[in-house]
Design a protein around this ligand. Structure first.
Ligand SMILES: *Cc1c(COP(=O)(O)O)cnc(C)c1O
Ligand code: SF4
Length: 434
């Protein structure tokens, strides 16, 4: 299949959009799509979205901006700007002001986790937990389509040369070499699988060749199985890419695709299943993760079916996340209580091979916090929480408690239980490097 993408500029050319969407639906796409990213492709439009039932279709909600993703006030601001014929500079300014209110950089990602070497910061990397360095290849900062719940602002990717890739990689390599605790490099974006095989090799080959004794795994975060499985099937360099995966697997480096899968539908399509088989045949691992999202996957049956199908196809369920406190969080939010209920309900219904999954997990400054559930201790109803990742590995595994709050959707909505004045890690900022 040939890839064709649509954006705000041309989505009205999509026949299904003309046939099924009302004028109000189209206006909502235009208004919200001017603030939040919007991009979709022919595979999603023609193969995954069930247009006869599009209002309830998870893939439609996953990719098309929906009324309700902006607050009423922000919606009206942008609606009025468009109605009065504002030019592109003016629209950009309105959009930028709205975005600032949407907490675009949750968890202080921009300032807190950026490695510093010899007093200067290293761009394109983040290092928060001992074992895993995040690497943002500059050529992998866009995606085959954009998720409505995502707020990683897609940056324009120019035709920078291969040279640039190797310069980025050599910085990464010297960093990993001088941090022996690092075992994992996580390529992230955007979606690094947007890159051509050649470009990906330009990044990965020097890492393999460096033979770093501490490196065990290269992870690549990707949505490509759901958004463009033809990456591994019919794209002109699909076979080249798979041969490259073969070579990596033969080098005793674990290459793991961290596949973002939000709904079982994405893996029911024969193209996705064929893509998975081809990838697994190379010896590369596929692990799966998704946030729990209202309108998309807010039910135990959906998660059960998703984990079962993943296991059946040879993938390894890895994370259920709580949607971050950014972008259209209100539209997608599921309370912590319901998230943990759904997780546990689904977890009980899958075999042990599906219970490799962890969560539901919130990523906050301190680390990843798992919401284990609601319980009662000494007559007080509480959330039982656990740090499953932490800036200071000494705290990993620590269980702690928060007052029960049925409306809580994020860690910031929680207070310590038992009348305590702070969570156990809050007076340990130095130990946490905060
Ligand atoms: C989740 C995450 C990781 C990976 O953590 P694992 O528990 O090893 O999957 C690494 N860095 C950051 C910033 C993360 O949020
Ligand atoms: S694939 Fe990932 S990075 Fe790309 S839009 Fe979706 S959530 Fe964001």
């Amino acid at each position: 299949m040939n890839y064709r993408s649509y954006s705000l500029a041309n989505f009205e050319h999509i026949p299904q959009v003309r046939n099924y969407l009302s004028k109000d639906d189209i206006d909502a796409v235009k208004i919200i799509g001017s603030v939040l990213p919007f991009k979709i492709n022919n595979y999603l439009v023609n193969e995954l979205i069930d247009w006869d039932n599009f209002r309830n279709d998870p893939i439609y909600h996953l990719t098309f901006p929906q009324y309700g993703m902006l607050s009423g006030e922000d919606y009206i601001l942008m609606q009025q700007a468009i109605a009065r014929g504002a030019n592109s500079t003016q629209l950009a300014e309105v959009a930028s002001n709205i975005r600032k209110r949407l907490n675009p950089h949750p968890g202080e990602q921009l300032t807190l986790n950026v490695p510093v070497v010899d007093g200067s910061i290293i761009k394109g990397m983040q290092h928060k937990y001992d074992q895993t360095v995040l690497f943002f290849p500059s050529h992998g900062q866009t995606c085959h389509a954009y998720c409505t719940f995502c707020f990683r602002w897609p940056q324009f990717v120019g035709d920078t040369e291969l040279k640039f890739a190797s310069r980025e990689v050599s910085t990464l390599l010297s960093y990993v070499r001088s941090h022996p605790k690092v075992t994992d490099i996580l390529f992230t974006g955007g979606d690094p699988m947007i890159m051509s095989a050649r470009m990906l090799m330009a990044y990965l080959e020097p890492i393999i060749e460096a033979d770093l004794p501490n490196l065990s795994t290269i992870r690549i975060g990707t949505k490509v199985l759901g958004y463009w499985p033809y990456r591994f099937l019919t794209d002109t360099d699909a076979d080249e890419l798979l041969r490259f995966f073969d070579r990596i697997a033969a080098r005793n480096i674990n290459l793991a695709l961290m596949a973002h899968v939000n709904h079982p539908k994405e893996l029911q399509h024969p193209a996705a299943q064929k893509a998975i088989r081809r990838v697994l045949n190379t010896g590369v691992q596929i692990r799966t993760q998704s946030p729990i999202l209202n309108h998309i996957n807010k039910s135990a049956e959906t998660w059960r079916d998703m984990w079962n199908l993943q296991v059946k196809l040879g993938c390894i369920p890895y994370y259920m996340f709580i949607a971050r406190d950014t972008g259209a969080q209100d539209y997608f939010s599921v309370t912590l209580e319901e998230s943990s209920y759904i997780f546990n309900e689904a977890y009980r219904q899958v075999s042990g091979l599906g219970r490799t999954v962890r969560g539901p997990s919130m990523s906050v400054d301190t680390g990843k916090i798992e919401v284990m559930g609601v319980t009662e201790i000494k007559g007080e109803k509480v959330f039982q929480l656990r740090l499953i990742q932490c800036r200071n590995a000494a705290f990993v595994g620590k269980i702690f408690y928060a007052k029960y709050n049925p409306d809580a959707i994020w860690f910031s909505d929680l207070e310590p239980a038992f009348g305590e004045t702070g969570f156990f890690f809050e007076d340990k900022k130095e130990l946490l490097n905060l």
